[in-house]
Design a protein around this ligand. Structure first.
Ligand SMILES: Cc1cc2nc3c(=O)[nH]c(=O)nc-3n(C[C@H](O)[C@H](O)[C@H](O)COP(=O)(O)OP(=O)(O)OC[C@H]3O[C@@H](n4cnc5c(N)ncnc54)[C@H](O)[C@@H]3O)c2cc1C
Length: 390
């Protein structure tokens, strides 16, 4: 039985978060005024870091983590409310890769030493992380990855390359999948390591996206030594740890709240614009329904987590739907604005500060990152609906 209603205590928590946002940012806060290509800028990063420190001071970095690891011991429902409120109010939240991906993985698979070192740094906003999975020849077929780690005394020695590594240029640590047994079947020769990004032999090179922003990178490893104690789980069993991280990644909820806020802005814009044609109104109605569906799909994932179940294909459904919706919404927005829809932020003819123009481009990677839509559909068809793997 799924219950999507939040109770009184949970709504009180929502009000507490809203109160903090009002106090901290004022009534008129409408998000940091930078365009998507500037999101990777030093200014935006420093701003986010400042907010993270404030959240850490309040003890709000990881509401759903157990109190012994610096969390608040709250439920997934309260965590979702927290994510929703920050996203809706355009407040940059805790570092998602740290708090949403590697942290929960360490809570399940980490040793006591790893938990006390790494979780403590995360909740106190002292360390940020990046994800070293993809390689030039291994994206969707991740298990074919070739970056090699060979045990040498108390260390693993890594050689190889990762690609599309978001935030590697700023991260203190990377959680990486590396090949430790090249002779084993491909899923069984992989190990999950925690790599200090300051280790000699690591080179990070920027990759610039089509908006001109610097979000992801190439990372090269040349004889990089990682202590064996930084291995998570058993040697050659890292694939299963890595997939648990991916399930956490796909279950991270906040997309529909951000979309809802932008949709409300669009409604305000249309109310005063000749673009509010009959056709536009039909599209608006469809979008409203889709945003609600997206939220419900996210809440289904939440409801499973709440019940102690591990969402898998359900997380794929939610991730795929919300990422594709963000692209449909962007397309609908710029088409509704006609030629003005193509004018970028900063130009006097830009509509809604050029938000849709940028969203049209910045939403493209949403259906690639974290596993492409085709891969999600494959998971839904096989693990969800029981069809045989090809
Ligand atoms: C914004 C962004 C941030 C990212 N951040 C990170 C990060 O921090 N760390 C990290 O490790 N990676 C990151 N990635 C990489 C991402 O995980 C990969 O791009 C993704 O898994 C796809 O891999 P690929 O790019 O190699 O494409 P490919 O796997 O080469 O796929 C190419 C096309 O073929 C399709 N395809 C492939 N296999 C199948 C199949 N079996 N069935 C049907 N269609 C298929 C795909 O859907 C896609 O359309 C990021 C990517 C983006 C866009």
């Amino acid at each position: 039985m799924m219950d999507f209603e939040f109770n009184n205590d949970q709504e009180a928590w929502r009000n507490e978060i809203r109160g903090w946002i009002r106090e901290e940012f004022g009534e008129d806060w409408n998000g940091l005024d930078v365009s998507n290509d500037e999101e990777g800028s030093d200014e935006a990063w420093e701003f986010s870091k400042g907010i993270r420190s404030k959240l850490a001071e309040k003890g709000w970095t990881a509401p759903a983590w157990p109190t012994e690891h610096g969390g608040m011991g709250l439920s997934f429902a309260e965590q979702a409310i927290f994510n929703e409120e920050l996203a809706y109010h355009r407040v940059p939240g805790p570092d998602l890769i740290s708090v949403g991906y590697v942290g929960p993985t360490l809570l399940v698979y980490g040793t006591d030493g790893q938990k006390s070192q790494f979780l403590d740094d995360i909740v106190n906003s002292r360390a940020s992380w990046c994800q070293g999975y993809s390689e030039p020849g291994s994206g969707s077929d991740l298990a074919s990855l070739q970056t090699r780690a060979v045990k040498d005394g108390d260390d693993y020695v890594i050689n190889g390359q990762k690609i599309w590594t978001s935030n590697a240029h700023r991260a203190d640590w990377m959680f990486a999948l590396v090949r430790t047994d090249p002779d084993a079947p491909k899923h069984r020769g992989i190990t999950y390591l925690l790599v200090d990004m300051k280790t000699p032999g690591i080179t990070v090179r920027p990759l610039i996206n089509m908006l001109g922003g610097h979000g992801f990178n190439e990372v090269f490893f040349e004889d990089v030594r990682v202590p064996v104690e930084n291995r998570v789980g058993e040697e050659n069993r890292g694939w299963y740890v890595g997939m648990a991280t991916m399930d956490f990644e796909r279950s991270a909820l906040s997309g529909s709240a951000a979309l809802r806020r932008n949709f409300e802005d669009f409604i305000d814009y249309l109310g005063e614009s000749p673009a509010a044609t009959r056709e536009a109104k039909l599209g608006v109605a469809d979008t409203a329904i889709n945003i609600e569906v997206s939220r419900m799909l996210s809440l289904r994932v939440l409801s499973m987590q709440q019940g102690g179940l591990a969402p898998n294909h359900e997380a794929s459904v939610a991730k795929m739907f919300s990422s594709e919706l963000s692209q449909r919404f962007a397309r609908f927005g710029i088409n509704t604005m006609g030629s003005y829809g193509q004018v970028r932020k900063g130009d006097p003819y830009a509509q809604m500060k050029g938000w849709f123009t940028e969203q049209y481009m910045s939403s493209v990677p949403a259906t690639i990152a974290g596993g492409s839509s085709e891969i999600q559909r494959g998971i839904i068809a096989t693990r969800g609906l029981g069809l045989p793997r090809a």
